[in-house]
Design a protein around this ligand. Structure first.
Ligand code: CBY
Length: 432
């Protein structure tokens, strides 16, 4: 072989090795990339009108390098406009996601982040969360998922904020990791990502800290990882919607996926769920896709291409599959009740087959406004029920309206859960 050919071959070999070294140990293999098409298409074809709520989507687009200039531009512009318009009321987690998304993969939005002082504003929002905890029995303004996102964004933005002061708040014993006594896997996973970023920066001596801070961070990470691992069920962690971020947490801070069998088990269950349409919401697709492509939120400042490079996707511009299945002409009946402590208001409701929980609530409200009136807010996961019978959820009291079916809490929101004939649906005034 001529030396020039040898050199070219060596170059090719190195090229094919380097990307895989930069990726994580568990990712969808090249031949299975097409299984990810539904996720990519859901994200590309969604109707984005909600400004900052789309930050999670833009972050994923950039992280997994799906190049769609039109969409990136549209999302970037909306997020920036929304920040300018709604800045005071934007929550810590929303601003954190916006900073991660706008700043990901070194692009022109960095100027906006700097000129609009987004990182120091996030520092202020974080401070306000902690202050609220001090005055409201350890309850933050939002929740620990958002506090973790904020810590992650502050850490990745290389700010010299006194990040180490906040480490003690992330002790796994803190009640804010638990909802109704149950460990919130989503929250734990986000905290592991944030604490791992902090740990790495302490180790690189990029932030001032003493050995005690480092030890504490390590202990918290290990304990949170163990809690995530204890929530394992059929290769998933928590439920299907918390698995993507749990995978990311396990990638950066454990050897769990070094065992190929563990990786196969998770991927098998997740791909099966994709096939069954579990990720019809763009936010659900955005939260699982990075992990399936071997990426984590800690990679926002890196550049790595993995097995499923974007050109392997078959991006179609067909209309997205609607979140609500096609309503059929036949009717079904369900029992619906509103429970406040020991008082129940129940009724029988008839809706079209294929209706979601929210349709039942609306039908009940139409029947009897006094007993079943309710209000909701938009969230990236669809409508969030804020009040029923004029009683409102309140973060300072840890109160909310829980959705249940046949006595079991639902793992989908009111706008997504499709009801079945004969089911007993409930909204229950609860504390978390
Ligand atoms: N995002 C957030 O701030 C949300 C963080 C989150 C941990 C989130 C899940 C995880 C995620 N990946 O985004 C979260 N839910 C929280 C914090 C909460 C609490 C919100 C109040 C607060 N303190 O901020 C609370 C009240 C405990 C809660 N979730 C309630 C509910 C129920 C909503 C009912 C209603 N009133 O409308 C519900 C439906 C559970 C129930 N049975 O009542 C619920 N959550 C669900 C199902 C979910 C999942 C959604 C899955 C889906 N397909 O729709 C979830 C992904 C999520 C969103 N909640 Co909460 C968890 C899961 O199942 N893995 C940051 C911000 C910037 O966007």
């Amino acid at each position: 072989m001529r030396p020039s050919h040898q050199l070219r071959l060596l170059g090719l070999l190195l090229f094919s090795l380097i990307p895989s070294q930069l990726c994580q140990i568990c990712e969808v293999s090249r031949e299975n990339c097409s299984y990810l098409n539904p996720l990519v298409n859901t994200m590309v074809n969604a109707n984005y009108t909600k400004g900052i709520q789309s930050a999670n989507i833009l972050l994923t687009f950039r992280l997994v390098q799906i190049q769609n200039q039109r969409l990136e531009q549209q999302l970037t512009q909306q997020i920036q406009e929304d920040i300018k318009k709604r800045e005071p009321e934007i929550t810590s987690g929303e601003l954190a996601l916006a900073i991660l998304a706008l700043g990901a993969c070194k692009n022109s939005s960095e100027v906006f982040i700097r000129d609009a002082h987004l990182v120091s504003k996030l520092g202020e929002k974080f401070k306000a969360e902690i202050e609220n905890m001090e005055t409201h029995s350890d309850n933050p303004l939002t929740n620990y998922y958002q506090l973790s996102l904020a810590l992650l964004a502050l850490c990745l933005s290389n700010g010299n904020h006194s990040i180490t002061n906040v480490i003690p708040y992330f002790t796994p014993e803190n009640k804010n990791y638990y909802f109704g006594g149950q460990f919130s896997v989503d929250t734990g996973a986000m905290a592991v990502l944030a604490l791992t970023c902090v740990k790495r920066r302490i180790e690189k001596e990029e932030i001032e800290a003493d050995i005690k801070d480092l030890n504490k961070t390590n202990i918290y990470i290990t304990s949170l990882v163990n809690k995530i691992l204890s929530a394992k069920n059929d290769g998933l962690f928590g439920n299907i919607f918390s698995t993507g971020e749990s995978m990311q947490a396990l990638f950066v801070s454990s050897n769990y996926y070094k065992n190929k069998r563990n990786c196969q088990e998770t991927l098998h269950t997740v791909l099966h769920n994709i096939f069954q349409g579990a990720f019809r919401l763009p936010i659900a697709a955005a939260q699982i896709l990075p992990a399936l492509m071997g990426k984590t939120y800690l990679d926002v400042n890196k550049n790595c291409s993995c097995a499923c490079s974007p050109d392997k996707f078959n991006i179609s511009t067909d209309k997205p599959v609607p979140v609500t299945p096609t309503i059929s002409p036949s009717n079904i009946s369900v029992k619906y009740s509103v429970q406040i402590n020991k008082i129940f208001n129940s009724t029988k409701v008839t809706v079209r087959k294929g209706s979601v929980f929210l349709d039942v609530m609306m039908a009940a409200q139409k029947q009897n406004k006094a007993a079943f009136c309710f209000e909701m807010e938009d969230s990236p996961w669809g409508p969030y029920i804020t009040s029923v019978q004029n009683i409102s959820a309140n973060n300072n009291d840890r109160t909310y309206w829980q959705l249940l079916s046949n006595g079991q809490p639902l793992s989908q929101g009111a706008g997504s859960y499709v009801v079945k004939n004969g089911e007993y649906l409930e909204v229950r005034w609860s504390t978390y």
